[in-house]
Design a protein around this ligand. Sequence first.
Ligand code: ATP
Length: 340
Amino acid sequence: MNMPYRIATLGSHSALQILKGAHDEGFATLAIANRETERLYQSFTFVDEVITLNRYADFPSIVGELEKRKVIIVPHGSFVAYLSLEDHKRMRIPYFGNKAVLDWEASRDLQREWLSQAGLRLPRQFRSGAEIDRPVIVKLYGAAGGKGYMFIRDATDFEERAARLHEAYIIQEYIIGVPLYIHYFFSPLEQRLEILSMDRRYETNVDSLGRIPASAQEGMNVDPSYVVVGNQPVSLRESMLAEAYHMGENVVRTSREICGPKGLFGAFCIETIITPDMQFYVMEISARIVAGTNLFIDGSPYSYLYYSEPMSTGRRIARELKNALLSNNLAMVLDDSSIV
Ligand code: ATP
């Protein structure tokens, strides 16, 4: 069945997954590309249309045209990176998701407030170097993808290296454990939360330090860095799955208290580290589809349990939009700024 809307996104991040999912659910698709990516997106038969910009930052120049067409935007991480919060809010193109959540996500302080209100366990935060009483990670405010993070052993180490910090930063307890990124989907139509998949990131060089004995590292002066190069699939011990599920429920419930009745819906990811005593510590939340879901374009073991057919996060988004259209509930799954 053909859907009366075209699903559009920016050509980057998880665009292929989103557009393939949209196509499989009966939507026409639109990739907004740049000169470098246009031929790539044109090469896929499930991409029906490509609009090419000189630079992604020029996106606001086509907003007027898209507002006149029957297009639904599905945002992803790069979309948020290229478009300011103000541009996001000004845009009236039908938008999958709740833009009110963006403010809570974009500020590290508000995000922390949201997560702690949801009862999640967070790494301790230190206000100054003098308070440091354990290993910490120093995160620059502007850092992305773990670039520019510093591992610091103790207060003396901090004193010695603080002079190198020229921008705003936070000092956070360093949690030693296994990183696990949990990909959720909350359906406003069914009022149901699903865990669709999970991944761990593969980060250089921190994930390779274990390949050199600690004794050999001594004196080498290697600093761990956290630059993401890829993602690996993970399945979680089933005895821990209920807690992972409850964390997702709590985040959704609290989002309704802090940013209006629609709250957080659609895809989101809770980024955790699990310690040897099986505690989840939450590092961050991403309030939309994350790139780790690209591992599961053909579905994951978890999405199979729900759907018994290939169901990526991108396709799940399109399925929700389709069900909303078929039941005349489109406004329930779009931001309130959308003209429908
Ligand atoms: P993105 O926006 O792409 O998610 P980011 O810059 O916000 O990245 P984080 O996801 O916060 O970065 O962290 C990057 C990596 O740093 C994590 O995958 C993890 O390996 C490490 N890390 C972050 N916080 C901690 C912590 N408190 N303890 C131990 N390691 C951490």
